[in-house]
Design a protein around this ligand. Structure first.
Ligand code: EPS
Length: 389
């Protein structure tokens, strides 16, 4: 029902995005999108690029008089850095072809080597440009549109960082459980590493500082939480409708994310069933409810109506100031990998990207259940569903 596409290179003119299938009548302003873009640019350990850019989304179609009109929504985010890269990333064929220096030393862990082998390039630059996490700025912009629609129906998304390098959030799960999504947003937006605890934030920042000093990089784990989801989004009826699988794909498609966990998946794997499954209760007012949420809000590939909890494991960024060994693709001789301006750690930014990807993953099953051409008619269906307990 929803389709979206991004285009754009890291140091090209800009990023382009289209999202199609958003119903008419949704209030949408560039400022709303820009706030999410701002959140993605934050985080201790980012590199010099974030000082150059102050990402802004230009809405170029699909919105009239502040509301969506049902047509595809087109967005543009210009790269300010393009000015400095015009000679390296020209669109037009150049007369002096020998002028541009080729990149020939693939970075272990990045898309470089497999990318040139795939497309047959003798220069790694095109691979670096499109595989860069810069593209996630447009995902956040498009995800903001999905997020705005979900918010109309009381669905709220947030994220926080639970590990950077060796430093783990010391807050217990039961404590986090008691924070509302807006409290999580407030606390994590206030922290330079999106950690809920100021002491942990400091330790994480120290760890990043130490890595930076050594020309190294760090990964970590973030958690995305979603409240307000009705039960029954997604489906058990077919493999590609299972929401666990859809979410895992969306989160794993974020650069450097190598693992996804739903609820306490890895911890649960080592326990008895009786200690894992969330018992079912009923209350006249609340309807069905659970006292625990070890499933992460998903059973049988469908939302249970409890909080959705998912985590993403991010590997350390592969571009290193002190590079690992590699092989020159021209000479086939051993040499240090290519160095490029980079971040030391971007787990906090990845968490914001994961919020956007979660919104984009949820919007389809949401519209499948309550769908319609305009927001008002979806509201009628959504309201009816709330009564059915
Ligand atoms: C990024 C922009 C990039 C990097 C980073 C993420 O900008 P530049 O390459 O000009 O410094 O800072 O990308 C990577 C670390 C990567 O490995 O791709 C951004 O906008 O998020």
């Amino acid at each position: 029902m929803i389709r979206f596409l991004t285009a754009g290179e890291s140091h090209g003119k800009g990023l382009v995005g289209i999202i199609e299938g958003i119903p008419a009548g949704l209030e949408l302003a560039a400022e709303y999108i820009d706030h999410q873009l701002y959140r993605r640019q934050q985080g201790y350990g980012r590199g010099g690029r974030m000082k150059i850019e102050s990402d802004h989304a230009e809405i170029i179609s699909g919105v009239r008089l502040g509301k969506t009109i049902g047509s595809p929504i087109g967005l543009l985010v210009w790269n300010k850095d393009w000015e400095n890269w015009k000679d390296v990333m020209p669109i037009e064929a150049q007369r002096d072809k020998g002028k541009i220096k080729k990149v020939t030393l693939p970075r272990p862990g990045h898309a470089d080597l497999a990318g040139i082998l795939k497309f047959g390039f003798d220069d790694i630059r095109p691979v670096i440009e499109r595989s860069s996490a810069r593209e996630t700025a447009m995902r956040v912009a498009l995800g903001s549109v999905a997020r705005k629609l979900l918010e109309e129906f009381g669905i709220a998304i947030s994220s926080h960082v639970i590990q950077i390098g060796t430093i783990k959030l010391h807050n217990t799960k039961s404590k986090i459980q008691n924070f509302s999504v807006s409290e999580i947003t407030k606390l994590s937006d206030d922290s330079e590493v999106r950690a809920l605890d100021p002491e942990d934030s400091k330790k994480m920042m120290d760890e990043i500082k130490a890595a930076q000093k050594e020309g190294n990089s760090l990964g970590g784990i973030f958690e995305v939480v979603v409240d307000g989801l009705p039960a029954g989004l997604g489906s058990y009826t077919h493999w590609d409708k299972k929401l666990d699988g859809i979410l895992a794909q969306y989160i794993c498609s974020i650069p450097a994310i190598k693992g996804v966990e739903i609820g306490d998946a890895f911890e649960n794997a080592g326990k008895f069933g009786s200690d894992v499954h969330d018992e079912i209760f009923y209350d006249e007012k609340k309807g069905y409810y659970r006292k625990t949420n070890r499933s992460g809000g998903l059973e049988g590939g469908m939302t249970t109506g409890e909080r959705l909890i998912l985590r993403g494991a991010m590997k350390p960024i592969p571009t290193l100031a002190r590079p690992l060994m590699s092989v020159d693709i021209e000479t086939k001789k051993s040499a240090s990998a290519h160095k490029e301006r980079t971040d030391t750690c971007s787990v906090p930014a990845a968490a914001v990207v994961a919020e956007a990807m979660t919104a984009l993953a949820l919007i389809d099953p949401f519209l499948e259940k309550f769908g319609g051409d305009r927001v008002e008619e979806i509201k009628i269906r959504h309201e009816k569903e709330k009564i059915r307990k």
